[in-house]
Design a protein around this ligand. Structure first.
Ligand code: PMP
Length: 439
């Protein structure tokens, strides 16, 4: 294995967040990937329990996607997307509009989840202005929400570390999060308690006035902060309150989109349709950095069909609708459709849930949450070192051939949707062993 700390050729890469600090002490290099497995640079197979970073939903090394990208790059490698276009972007948007939750059939392409979030927030504000609601500029997020790292995203996000040293947009406010292990620990499905937390939006309306609020954004299932599930009825209630006050509802489906919950989108799973929906990750099976914002047609039309001097959406990216990304996305959608992956979590979800819940008796486990093919396993924190137990499990699992993700003292699992029962059994067995070894 390369010795990163002594190899001056490997000092230049500034890794995201503060990964270098840990990486220098214990480098973990991935060299190859195929199907459900990574291979580390010392040749070990590592079962991918996290679909990369919640994105490789169709599994690794899909030849169909790489061939589509190669073919596209040979034919048309790049095309400006301002005032002109290319066939693949129109085709991809059209295909997406057909699997979108009802009515969300206008698609704006971005380069990442963070860009999708900032795009959706800007669309919300521009739309409010276009319909004569120009005082509505306030954005509402939720505690423990993660919406990427743009200034809009960290403003509505609710992870303190992401905001500690940065100024955020003015006027934002936050709903409380819905994580309540005291009342809901080990719920086999959605938590029973907590729908009333949606009334926080009423409280915020009473405080600031509805006429100041443009939109509220939530992850239907909060992913990065540890798989926090919405209590039964919570999202419906949020939808009702937002409607009552003319506030746009945005679902951040960067993680939940493209089959994670056993339905194409969380909006389908919960039967609640937002006004705007942000996606990325599974959009291209993680192989190309790309995101997409799905918008209600009326929102698009208000910004696109007004008179010449009307408010328009002055916003876009050099890489919006990139030809290679669209080719990757189209091939990805083909695979999802042919292999039934967007609903695979509906059939395999019970097996996944029951397997995960066998860990209830394992040491340190204080809650288990699953939905579709995602799981969060919460450990009791070590009093002297929060997060230490989960990190220990992560290192132990990786060394023994399983990739998990940890956030604080929560283990998050989200395997590629091609996962088989045998993989699930392996994940659970390895985790059980790892938990039993933790101090
Ligand atoms: N929103 C959510 C819900 C996410 O989980 C993430 C990434 N984990 C983002 C936004 C940001 O996406 P990206 O890292 O592609 O900018």
């Amino acid at each position: 294995m390369n010795d990163i700390s002594n190899n001056s050729g490997m000092q230049a890469y500034w890794m995201p967040f503060t990964a270098n600090r840990q990486f220098k002490a214990a480098p973990r290099l991935l060299a190859r990937a195929q199907g459900m497995y990574y291979q580390s640079d010392d040749g070990r197979g590592v079962l991918d329990g996290t679909a990369g970073l919640w994105c490789v939903n169709a599994g690794h090394g899909r030849r169909r996607i790489s061939e589509a990208v190669a073919e596209q790059l040979d034919r048309l490698d790049y095309a400006p997307s301002f005032q002109m276009g290319h066939d693949k972007a129109f085709e991809f948007a059209d295909r997406l509009s057909r699997i979108a939750p009802a009515g969300l059939d206008r698609i704006f392409f971005t380069g990442s989840g963070s860009e999708s979030v900032d795009t959706a927030l800007k669309i919300a504000i521009a739309y409010q202005r276009a319909i004569g609601q120009g005082t509505r500029t306030r954005l509402i997020g939720r505690e423990r929400g993660y919406h990427g790292v743009g200034f809009g995203g960290i403003t509505v996000g609710g992870i303190v570390n992401n905001r500690r040293v940065f100024p955020t947009l003015t006027g934002a406010d936050h709903l409380r999060h819905t994580h309540d292990p005291d009342r809901n620990a080990f719920s086999p499905g959605l938590p029973e308690h907590g729908a009333e937390l949606a009334d926080d939006l009423e409280r915020i309306v009473a405080l600031h006035g509805a006429e100041t609020i443009a939109a509220v954004i939530v992850e239907p299932v909060a992913g990065s902060t540890g798989v926090l599930l919405p209590p039964k009825g919570y999202l419906q209630r949020l939808r009702e309150i937002a409607d009552r006050h003319g506030i746009l509802l945005i679902f951040d489906e960067v993680i939940t989109g493209f089959g994670r919950l056993g339905a194409p989108f969380a909006a389908d799973y919960f039967g609640v349709t937002p006004d705007l929906m942000t996606t990325a990750k599974g959009l291209t099976n993680g192989v190309f950095p790309m995101g997409a914002v799905f918008a209600r047609r009326a929102i698009h039309d208000a910004l696109m069909t007004g008179p010449e001097n009307a408010i328009e959406l002055f916003h876009g990216y050099t890489y919006s609708g990139h030809p290679a990304g669209c080719a990757a996305g189209l091939a990805t959608l083909d695979i999802y459709a042919e292999e039934g992956l967007l609903t695979r979590g509906a059939t395999l979800g019970d097996y996944w849930r029951d397997a995960m819940h066998t860990l209830r008796a394992a040491p340190h486990v204080i809650d288990i949450r699953t939905l579709g093919l995602v799981a969060g396993i919460e450990l009791r924190s070590r009093p002297d070192a929060a997060g230490a137990r989960a990190y220990e499990a992560f290192v132990d699992c990786f060394n023994r051939g399983l990739l998990i993700r940890v956030t604080g003292d929560i283990i998050a699992l989200s395997p590629p949707l091609i996962v088989e029962r045998s993989h699930i059994d392996t994940i659970v067995a390895q985790l059980r062993d790892a938990l039993s070894r933790i101090a």
